[in-house]
Ligand binder design. Sequence first.
Ligand code: SF4
Ligand code: SF4
Length: 440
Amino acid sequence: MADTLERIKEAGVVGAGGAGFPTHVKINCKAETVIANGAECEPLLNVDQCAMRDEAEQIVAGLEAVLQITGAARGVICTKEHYHDAVVSLQKALTGKENLALKLLKSTYPAGDEQVMVYEVTGRVVPTGGLPLDAGAVVLNVSTLKNVSRALAGFPVTDKTVTVSGEVSVPVTMEVPIGTPFQALIDRAGGPKSAEGYVAVIGGPCMGALERDWSKPVTKTTGGIIVLKADHPLVRTKTQDFARDVKLAKAVCCQCSLCTQMCPRNALGLKVEPHKAMRAAANNDGKLLGDINGVFSCCNCGLCTYYACNFGLNPAAMMTRMKDGLSRAGVKPEKKIAYPVSDGYGLTKLPTYRLESRLGVTQYESNAPYVREAFSVSSVAIPLKMHIGAPSEPVVAVGSRVKKGDLIARIPEGKMGANIHASIDGTVTAVDAQQITILR
Ligand code: SF4
Ligand code: SF4
């Protein structure tokens, strides 16, 4: 097992669907169940769906390897029932594997939330301040499992599959070298040619962040580039100034608590109560915040802001601000489950098409097919921090010749992190504290 873990570490595998937690650290544990997350719960993204359709055998091989490492008795791949081609491929790859199963989910948001998924598979709730392991589970994105399988075959993480959608002429999903500038991908998708008047959401429309600088690079965790007009309602919500949010909380929030009633983490009994965050902000009184453990259990899914609140207020931003404030004050959540799962748990599941309609992105749905072609890029700028943990330390210098797959930066001694490899053949032209640039 130590050798398998070492190979995964050497290859620089990190969580491909989230914040980039180093996989060799995450799976170095004992678990009962390994869950492969193929729900791809954010609208518009097509990355995991394509991986499950075209590389189901690699995903299953990665899952089996993680089962062996963790000693888990069963592995469950969760995906959406309407991903028909992916389901067929997975069923084929799972034939005869008695300890592995497929769980089909409805198309709801946020079906891919780690804690929702753990509950759906195990019937157990991850406590506030806890990890899926507290419910006996390890959750890995299907694209991460694909990378585990590749790592064991000797291939480090050098490429990332990305969906480019929104206001582009030819929406597309394709695999590109890590370090490729967003602009090159947007150009491949046919435009817009100029950055003027447009912005990009990096990631999914709900949880993704706005980016105006399209020279920024694709990382190991980039899943989507959604190009939108600068005056799109989604962009306006994401750019809203916090002071204005507080004014609106004071003037408009009627404490109807719909945001709390629809919160998926609240339905799990975790006391996540965004209406109380609004109340505390409006009155500038932290005592009105309610159970602070619940504040830490907010997953920033944005459902309360983008769907629940009929007044267009921003309770999700308020939760984030409260969480940051508590963390800065040194407050930590207790490990506990506040209440039983709500009787209305099933009712909080929001059909994805309704969310898309509210977000104003319905017209972009399912329009980014996977294109299998060698993406040619003349230079890449590979960040030294694409993961949770310490930035990697360069092992190359300006002028070094590298081949795709060569180690260019490694985990600092005694720290948690991830190795980084060249994503194209070429010459190193710059090395600084942030990134390594390679010119073909
Ligand atoms: S933020 Fe909106 S949904 Fe939540 S309590 Fe206030 S008015 Fe109601
Ligand atoms: S963003 Fe809103 S809906 Fe989502 S978990 Fe946080 S409080 Fe609940």
